[in-house]
Design a protein around this ligand. Structure first.
Ligand code: AMP
Ligand code: ZN
Length: 494
């Protein structure tokens, strides 16, 4: 399996530290608001990546935190006259619900920063003891110039950082480059006791401490959005390596930004769509297909057109699966034809195997989901062509079923469950009245009512009463159905 490593700036063969196991950490959200679909892109991407490891036979330990103490949370709490803990609790729960709703697997461990303060104090103390950090007026700062490797991830030299970035010039810092590991509590802020007085941890120290605690150091993969490379991940490396004296993690994976009109979707720009709002009108599976159509490292321009494309992709697959199911269950098979020497069936089975193989190759090549999805679509095309030729032998029925199963399975590997919810659940109740009037049906089941109407129409056609047959069809059309006549009988499509 090849993975692009931000640290080395090339694709590398993935070699797990512990054979058969992957230990990975993905930076979680700061819980001061609902997440937007840009954030969701990063979390869905890492879910797809995690699933591919699992499908490849790895045991995956996946740690992803909640940053539940932060300036933004405190500001929001002050604005709303609530405690920071209340704000964090609300948006932590909202985040977990939103991730469940988009089918992101729950992490093996979901540490909350506020529950892990001891681990952070321990790391900070190590840094002070090693001469990489200093206490100043109740704050503790990391001494950037003490770390010869600082800049390895972002590829920036310390001098470039000075010229390229605006630093807050807190007089307690010995050098403008230094960053806070611990912040002394201001009045009204949440705080914890520490050897340096009451205060709270800086953002970067959370991830270094929690990943080492739950995964050991070094671990295999650290992930997040591309916007976290500098300074967050650069600082994580500095803290982790200077405190524990070993490499932090082997491979850094970064997800490209979701854009709107070529600009990063972000809370501060105000150009965001909240995930929960999008899910009001968009099936989570459609959103995932939209994400899969772009490589995880590339920017993804979100637009209504992209969403429409993803919707039709989803519908194409689900219609195919429904048609395969219908054709297989209504096939008129000659019982004497049990042989599996049907050449077209054999060709389809070969195609299925080739698609599965190429799907894995694409995913093994730095998680090329767009190519892997393309393989699924090529099988969808073949399955459609195959069933439209008619399923007149058991070998053909079996091959069509195998194609349907493969499509279903490959979509499932992406985290997309193509199980069709029974269409009858959405059928209009007017069917009951229509069936009572035109087919003598007296029950209360829409599926039975529909079948009674189709039977009445078939009977009318048989007795050449085309006026009645057409009337039944027209009434069904008015209710939003299409009546499709197939070799195996009439079928209703809603
Ligand atoms: P935050 O709560 O801001 O730390 O963001 C949570 C995650 O979402 C981080 O991994 C960010 O890198 C990621 N993220 C933020 N904005 C975007 C975006 N527009 N596209 C993709 N990922 C994003
Ligand atoms: Zn982090």
């Amino acid at each position: 399996m090849k993975i692009y490593n931000t640290l080395t700036r090339r694709k590398e063969e993935f070699e797990p530290i512990h054979p058969g196991e992957v230990r990975m950490y993905v930076c979680g959200p700061t819980v001061y608001n609902h997440i937007h679909i840009g954030n969701a892109r990063t979390f869905i991407s890492f879910d797809v990546i995690r699933r591919h490891f699992i499908n490849s036979g790895y045991k995956v330990t996946f740690v992803s935190n909640l940053t539940d103490v932060d300036d933004k949370i405190i500001n929001r709490a002050n604005e709303e006259g609530r405690t920071a803990a209340e704000v964090a609790e609300e948006y932590s729960n909202a985040f977990i619900d939103a991730m469940d709703a988009v089918g992101v697997m729950r992490p093996t461990v979901r540490p909350r920063a506020t529950q892990e303060i001891d681990a952070m104090i321990e790391t900070i103390q190590m840094l002070i003891d090693n001469g990489h950090a200093y206490e100043s007026g109740g704050d503790v700062y990391f001494n950037v110039r003490s770390d010869n490797h600082y800049g390895v991830l972002s590829g920036r030299t310390v001098d470039e950082m000075i010229s390229g970035t605006r630093f807050d010039v807190d007089p307690r810092k010995h050098d403008a480059l230094d960053f806070a590991l611990w912040k002394a509590a201001k009045p009204g802020e949440p705080y914890w006791d520490s050897p340096w007085g009451k205060g709270r941890p800086g953002w970067h120290i959370e991830c270094s401490s929690m990943s080492a605690k739950y995964l050991g150091q070094p671990f295999d993969i650290h992930g997040g959005g591309l916007d976290l490379v500098f300074p967050h991940h650069e600082n994580e490396i500095a803290q982790a390596e200077c405190s524990r004296g070993t490499k932090f993690c082997n491979c850094w994976m970064h997800c490209g930004m979701l854009l709107v009109d070529s600009e990063k979707m972000s809370k501060s720009l105000g150009n965001f769509l909240l995930l929960k709002d999008v899910l009001q009108s968009v099936d989570a599976r459609v959103l995932r297909i939209l994400m899969l159509q772009t490589h995880y490292r590339s920017p993804l321009d979100y637009s209504k057109e992209r969403l429409d494309e993803a919707t039709s992709s989803f519908e194409r697959i689900s219609t195919t699966l429904r048609n395969v199911e219908w054709e297989c269950s209504h096939a008129q098979v000659d019982a004497s034809d049990g042989a599996s020497d049907d050449a077209s069936a054999k060709a389809l089975l070969d195609k299925i195997e080739a698609v599965k193989k190429r799907y894995v190759e694409a995913m093994d090549d730095d998680f090329n989901t767009a190519a892997a999805l393309g393989e699924v679509f090529s099988l969808v095309g073949d399955a459609n062509a195959f069933i439209s030729g008619g399923l007149d032998s058991q070998a053909k029925v079996d091959a069509a079923k195998a194609a349907g199963d493969a499509i279903f399975d490959l979509m499932g590997r992406f985290g997309i469950d193509m199980t069709d919810k029974p269409q009858e659940d959405e059928w209009p109740v007017e069917l009951l009245g229509l069936a009572s009037e035109m087919a003598g049906y007296s029950g209360d089941n829409t599926k039975e009512a529909a079948q009674a109407l189709l039977d009445a129409r078939a009977a009318a056609r048989k007795s050449k009463d085309f006026a009645t047959a057409d009337k039944i069809r027209d009434c069904l059309t008015n209710l939003g159905f299409t009546v499709e006549d197939t070799a195996a009988g009439a079928r209703l499509i809603f």
